[in-house]
Design a protein around this ligand. Structure first.
Ligand code: ATP
Length: 193
């Protein structure tokens, strides 16, 4: 692989069509060869709450992306012991693809907290940030235009929070997640309480 690769991190609790649509959008716009979906680890104190353990979140991502050769699951953050930092993730991929351009995807909502990230000044030189913007984030966007690329992505009004709430309320999540993810959630009786 010569290289243009995207890193798309998230909790994916669960993965939904919003994630898939924007990931494909970005892959097309930046002409990426691969988009890596990177579920974050589960902090021990969060298991048992709304946050599913990693194996379920990972299994759902696997099901959601398996028909797309441009999408790949990475368990690099799941395998890491202790606290996980983006700088370590980016360095992992730089080691794997030394000649590639690495695009690190973030939501515009994260921008205000970016300066608190570990080694952020190093990180912005080790990869190219791609900030997914939506119309309401215009002001933030203008304030930090020097961070990297800004890409307007399609607005898909779906979030994992909404999906979890619908399930808890006994409502259907049909069309909001891929069919196989819907089936997995039902079979494993996830997010019921
Ligand atoms: P939650 O509702 O639990 O906070 P979420 O739906 O935002 O979850 P995450 O796994 O936290 O999902 O998201 C991973 C990345 O995908 C983040 O950068 C987030 O901004 C982005 N994202 C999530 N949902 C959408 C969407 N509908 N459209 C565009 N980007 C999205």
């Amino acid at each position: 692989m010569s290289g243009r690769i995207g890193l798309f991190g998230g909790t994916f609790n669960p993965v939904h069509i919003g994630h898939l649509v924007v990931a494909q959008d970005i892959l097309n716009k930046l002409k990426l060869e691969k988009m890596y979906f990177i579920p974050c680890g589960t902090p021990p104190h969060k298991v048992g709450s709304d946050m599913l353990e990693a194996r379920h979140r990972q299994a759902m991502v696997k099901l959601a992306i398996r028909d797309n050769p441009g999408f790949t699951l990475s368990d690099v953050e799941l395998k890491r012991k202790g606290k996980s930092y983006s700088i370590d993730t980016v360095r992992h991929f730089k080691g794997k693809y030394p000649d590639a351009r690495i695009f690190f995807i973030i939501g515009a909502d994260i921008l205000p907290a970016l300066h608190t990230w570990k080694d952020i000044n190093i990180l912005i030189n080790e990869c190219e940030f791609v900030v997914m913007t939506r119309p309401e984030h215009d002001t933030i966007e203008k304030a930090v235009r020097n961070v990297g690329h800004f890409l307007n992505v399609r607005d898909v009004e779906v979030s994992s929070t909404e999906i979890r709430n619908l399930i808890r309320a006994g409502k259907s999540i049909h069309y909001m997640v891929p069919r196989e993810v819907e089936k997995y959630i039902a079979d494993e009786k996830l997010y019921k309480h």
